[in-house]
Ligand binder design. Structure first.
Ligand code: AMP
Ligand code: MG
Length: 348
């Protein structure tokens, strides 16, 4: 009798273990229809949409919005109270900044090395000449660019530790090419810490997903076509950032020539690679953002070399001849959208 009871107990325990293993595999969730909360705000010069799921989704979104506004105040290059502005106007003197701004500048200097100089936060006085931040766009004279380039480069930035930073006189920082990726990660952290189960943040089309969906399915992110309406490709991913850089985001045309906002640090002019748009996918949002800018400047061959060297990101490039170049790690995760089925995807 006792033996039968033991066997019965064993059977029950084994069944429970099996059910829990299958649930992990299939992504079962006790709550398959959790509450959804959404918000849309204008910050960081773009439209930000936050969607969160779970019983605490609404409170989590309130906390996320506060985080975005707080970080915007620290990072903004135009807000005269921001850490960035204080560094840029300190005439070479050290400035005490927040942990966040110190961290992002420290990381940015590393990214400058990783990208062989393509990503460079010291270009603000060059991009300002082109008027992209002030909406008074114009083609600068060559001599203005040559002069401004004399004050760029990582060696113009000094980190003292203890959150103190200075830039040489005449140098100014712009965190615009890395901030959205970093902030996406921070917002995901705040949503999760505030009790949201899973969700998605879009910062002007730059996506950060977090958590696992209740139905266990992957996140599907559409990548916008740079010159046509709608998505040209969809990527299935886990919890990642999906960051896109393209000439279409800000540009102006003079005498039939179009000038865009991503500047080649060597020339001071808008970059001219073979890429129309570059998407970087990975778990470190700030790195993805910096790489999206750097790879847009460098193009497809550069992407391939960097991919093999760093091995911590994936990429999708729409080239100027309308071919999709994608990294090996995305094989099986990409689907061309309806109108783009005859485009070729070359995995490298
Ligand atoms: P993204 O959309 O992430 O590629 O960032 C583009 C923005 O970063 C521009 O609007 C400029 O403010 C700034 N920027 C332009 N060129 C560079 C560069 N080579 N490195 C870093 N930031 C840049
Ligand atoms: Mg970027």
């Amino acid at each position: 009798m006792c033996d039968i009871m033991k066997k019965f107990k064993l059977l029950i325990v084994a069944s429970l273990v099996l059910i829990s293993m299958l649930c992990t595999l299939w992504g079962c969730n006790t709550n398959t229809n959790p509450q959804k909360a959404q918000a849309e705000i204008y910050a960081l010069d773009t439209i930000i949409e936050i969607t969160a799921y779970g019983e605490k989704a609404q409170e989590a979104i309130t906390a996320a919005k506060a985080e975005i506004y707080a970080l915007e105040k620290l990072f903004s290059v135009t807000d005269t109270d921001s850490d960035t502005h204080r560094i840029n106007t300190a005439q070479g003197n050290p400035v005490k900044v927040s942990d966040e701004v110190y961290t992002i500048i420290e990381k940015s200097l590393e990214y400058n090395t990783l990208t062989k100089g393509n990503f460079d936060i010291t270009l603000y006085n060059v991009t300002k000449l082109w008027g992209f931040t002030t909406d008074s766009q114009r083609v600068p004279e060559d001599y203005e660019i040559t002069e401004a380039l004399k004050n760029t480069g990582s060696h113009k930035v000094t980190l003292y530790g203890n959150n103190e930073i200075s830039v040489s006189e005449g140098t100014a920082l712009d965190l615009g090419a890395v901030a959205k990726g970093y902030i996406g990660d921070r917002v995901a952290e705040v949503l999760s810490d505030s009790g949201a189960e899973y969700g998605i943040i879009s910062l002007g089309g730059n996506i950060r997903t977090f958590g696992e969906k209740a139905d266990g399915s992957k996140w599907r992110t559409g990548i916008r076509h740079p010159h046509e309406n709608g998505y040209f490709i969809i990527a299935d991913t886990g919890e990642v950032s999906v960051i896109t850089s393209g000439a279409y985001q800000r540009n102006f045309t003079v005498d039939g020539k179009t000038y865009h906002h991503i500047i080649n640090p060597e020339t001071g002019y808008p970059s001219e690679s073979d890429a129309q748009s570059v998407t970087i996918i990975g778990t470190d949002g700030a790195l993805c953002d910096a790489l999206s800018t750097a790879v847009f400047i460098g193009g497809t061959e550069y992407a391939d070399k960097l991919y093999k060297e760093l091995q911590n990101f994936e990429y999708i490039i729409l080239s100027k001849d309308n071919t999709v170049y994608a990294s090996q790690g995305l094989k099986g995760s990409l689907e061309l959208s309806h109108n783009y089925k005859d485009m070729e995807i070359i995995y490298r």
